[in-house]
Design a binder for this molecule. Sequence first.
Ligand SMILES: [Mg+2]
Length: 330
Amino acid sequence: VKASDLGEFGLIARIAAVAGKGASEDLVAGIGDDAAVWLTGGEYAVATTDTMVAGVHFRPGLSPWWDVGWKALAVNISDIAAMGGWPRFALVTLCLPPDTAVEDVEALYEGLQSAARICGGVTIAGGDTVRSAEFGITVAVIGRADQRDDEPLILRRSGARVGDVIAVTGHLGDAAAGLRRLDAGADTDDPLVRAHLLPRPQLAAGAIAAANGLRCAIDVSDGLLQDLGHICEASGVGAVVRGPDIPLSAGLLAAYPEEALELACTGGEDYQLVLTGPEHLVRDTLQEADLEDAAVIGEVAEDPSHAVRLLDEHGRDITFGRPGWDAFRS
Ligand SMILES: [Mg+2]
């Protein structure tokens, strides 16, 4: 069986069956959430890792090195945010072709360092450099979660309950539209291209959500419908999303009026958070986090098939060709 036959999520299930054996009882959240959580020295550590490879996750020659550095760290911080945690330290591993210009590596680290400073005050603590045929960067981030009554205040994919509302913290679809425009020759200062190159992790929203007693979130990395589908699978529920309530930017609507909703639902890489919970707690959280583009977009429903339904303004189902990104399927 090839990885491409199983797809990314089938492969992860196979890996978890091997690597998940004999887990320490200090492990609170293991394989299958946005980040791992474990108890260490009376504190809850939150840890995650993510890799970007040239030609797969960014466009060599089109994505500036500075921006690649920013994004490599920002996407990890987003996974910490999706758990309701705070990032603290990062390790960076570079896979470099030997003829890489040192100035490009320095620009990459300037971007990493800026994301580290601006997004949560992260310290880059070490890493590794290795020779490779293709450029790749792997970042691991370790942080912490607050606790109350000895319980960690974290957001799990398994925390959604029937009757919860579903909210997103901001515009969706801009990053996917920006990638399209970058490929079509747009400048890197185009606002949609910037949304693709320089995502802003929703750290405060995640932490406020956890402090307010919400228990469920995921970050939108692969596409709203697919990422919400992970919540439904993990929580044993279904979801109903109202398409007209999904927040779309004026820039997206102007650039791709016909495809804006599809880009928002299946595009991915927006790194907004999807939150679920009792309506008053969700609305308080969105208000407290001061997110002007956030919106409540649907409800968690009872559904044995754990489906995510997307409805149009008349309540009719909308379907798209694919729900989102899968690392091993093209
Ligand atoms: Mg994630």
